[in-house]
Design a binder for this molecule. Structure first.
Ligand code: CUA
Length: 173
């Protein structure tokens, strides 16, 4: 006795519907990932806090050669879209640039790396406390509320000159 069979065309119809649903979901997922990538809310894709840095891939950088990256000339960059970025290099026993002039009340994105050993990038009187790691870029965004001068202190023991590794951030009104 042959087993009862579902009509072949009915099965095909259900299969097509499920295939369509799966396809739509796959497309939606792809669009979502793409959209988050371009809006910069997908930091794990770049490892630079969602910011693209010229010459830096996945937050990795050659600590012996900054050529082709903004770290070759550390300092403040004002982008055409009005955002402010800062590139800082820790090097025994200085942070470069030695003096940073930054605007108050405006978000500033820091990118910090090291040219030799581990340094701690700590800005007195703020919650800025990043580790400068050779071969890696640490990125974060902060807004200075008040104008004034703050000391930058290395708070990671890095050698004989460690206690002298002090720089300044000048926040301008
Ligand atoms: Cu640099 Cu301690």
């Amino acid at each position: 006795v042959p087993a009862p069979r579902l009509d072949h065309h009915t099965l095909e119809k259900y299969e097509n519907i499920w295939f369509l649903i799966a396809s739509i979901m796959a497309v939606l997922l792809f669009v979502a990932v793409l959209a988050s990538f371009f809006s910069g809310t997908y930091p794990s894709l770049t490892g630079e806090g969602g910011h693209h840095i010229e010459g830096v891939r996945n937050g990795r950088i050659d600590p012996r050669n900054f050529a082709g990256t903004p770290f070759a000339e550390p300092g403040v960059r004002e982008n055409p879209d009005g955002t402010v970025e800062v590139f800082v290099v820790g090097k025994a026993y200085q942070f470069q640039p030695a003096v940073l002039r930054l605007p108050a009340g405006k978000p500033v994105t820091f990118h910090v790396t090291s040219a030799d050993v581990l340094h701690g990038y700590y800005v007195e009187g703020t919650n800025i406390n990043a580790t400068a790691i050779p071969g890696q870029v640490s990125s974060f965004t902060t807004t200075f509320r008040r104008a004034g001068t703050r000391q930058v202190i290395c708070n990671e023991y890095c050698g004989t000159g460690h206690q002298n590794m002090i720089n300044r951030v000048i926040v301008e009104p």
